[in-house]
Ligand binder design. Structure first.
Ligand SMILES: O=c1[nH]cnc2c1ncn2[C@H]1C[C@H](O)[C@@H](CO)O1
Ligand SMILES: [Zn+2]
Length: 330
């Protein structure tokens, strides 16, 4: 199937993992930020995780460089605009972009300014292209829990104005959900929707706990439910949607080889899967590449793709009007 022209929906895409390489060089020059090299190809080697990348923690090291140029309002707005522009050019109709606000406060911006700048970039792109978006605020598991409270509180005023959900990301330790029950419960009370990165590095139990303790409605990755029956059943029975990111899953060693990826088995068994990039730059990918990868390996039929598109629309945290618009695009 040639999928470049098919409409697409993306629910799992990190802003800091999706910065154009030329933009990193340009902002660094303008803001006087030193880079290891200003040669585009050399810089790509620093930014793109190899497929032989040994682990998630190794993969996560690629984010420190882009975050250096994401410390001003202008750069955050520009980077967001460009991400939506790139997505619109490959016919993505709706994109939920996520980022950790606290990562962008190193040079004096406050959390509200960070969020507002990302919203501004998104709105500019929505006005210019046929794409709609929403924002997911990510809290890093590697930071103290107080950080998550801070993000939940400061992000609250943007709910319904661009921000829709809360996420936990970064290194995945066994049993992390227990630590975050309070801030995520508070977020739910405020009206945030919930998606959680879990089951990426070996633990299906983390997926079960993210659903039971944190009320996750969607799971980022969730690969390891394949080895943990209770989590598998929970995901299937509760129709929890998996945000699968094929290339990233190989790089972080959620799977060793893409041919071993359980995405198609899940799909055939009635688990709701979606296809996403995770990180356009760090994983050197696009939605078209990710869908092609799945198609090459598992021979997606038109009906398979249609189902995945519908899963994505229905599981999105968009309002009803936007969901209907997305469905009408197919
Ligand atoms: O696939 C991922 N798993 C866990 N954390 C991730 C993944 N991709 C990116 N992140 C982290 C690194 C970023 O700095 C952070 C916020 O976008 O989210
Ligand atoms: Zn992710």
């Amino acid at each position: 199937m040639n999928l470049l022209n098919e409409p697409k929906i993306e629910l799992h895409c990190h802003l800091d993992g999706s910065v154009r390489v030329e933009t990193i060089i340009d902002i660094a020059e303008k803001e006087g930020i030193p880079l290891p090299t200003v040669d585009k190809e050399e810089l790509e080697k620093e930014l793109i995780a190899p497929s032989e990348c040994p682990s998630l923690d190794e993969y996560l090291k690629r984010f420190s460089l882009p975050n250096k140029v994401m410390q001003s309002k202008e750069s955050l707005k520009r980077i967001t605009f460009e991400l939506f522009e790139d997505a619109a050019r490959e016919n993505v109709k709706y994109l939920e972009v996520r980022f950790g606000p606290l990562l962008h406060t190193l040079k004096g911006l406050d959390i509200e300014e960070v969020i507002q700048s990302v919203i501004d970039g998104m709105r500019d792109a929505e006005n210019r292209y046929e794409i709609k978006g929403n924002i997911i605020l990510s809290c890093l598991r590697s930071m103290p829990v107080e950080g998550a409270f801070d993000v939940v509180e400061k992000g609250k005023k943007f709910l319904g104005k661009g921000v829709v959900a809360i996420d936990l990301c970064a290194s995945e330790d066994e049993g992390f959900s227990k630590r975050f029950v309070e801030p995520i419960t508070l977020a739910k009370e405020y009206g945030y929707r919930v998606t959680i990165h879990a089951g990426e590095t070996g633990s299906g139990k983390n997926v079960l706990e993210a659903i039971e303790l944190l009320g996750a409605e969607r799971i980022g990755h969730g690969i390891y439910i394949k080895d943990y029956d209770a989590a598998y059943k929970k995901v299937k029975e509760n129709q929890i949607v998996l945000e699968i990111c094929p290339t990233s899953n190989v790089q972080t060693k959620a799977v060793n080889l893409f041919s071993e990826h359980p995405i198609y088995k899940f799909h055939e068994d009635g688990i709701k899967v979606t296809i996403n990039t995770d990180n356009r730059t760090v994983s050197d990918t696009t939605m078209s590449k990710e869908i092609d990868l799945v198609d090459d390996e598992f021979n997606l039929s038109k009906e398979d793709y249609r189902q995945i598109y519908i899963n994505s629309v229905e599981a999105s945290f968009a309002d009803q009007e936007t969901k209907e618009w997305c469905l009408a695009q197919y």
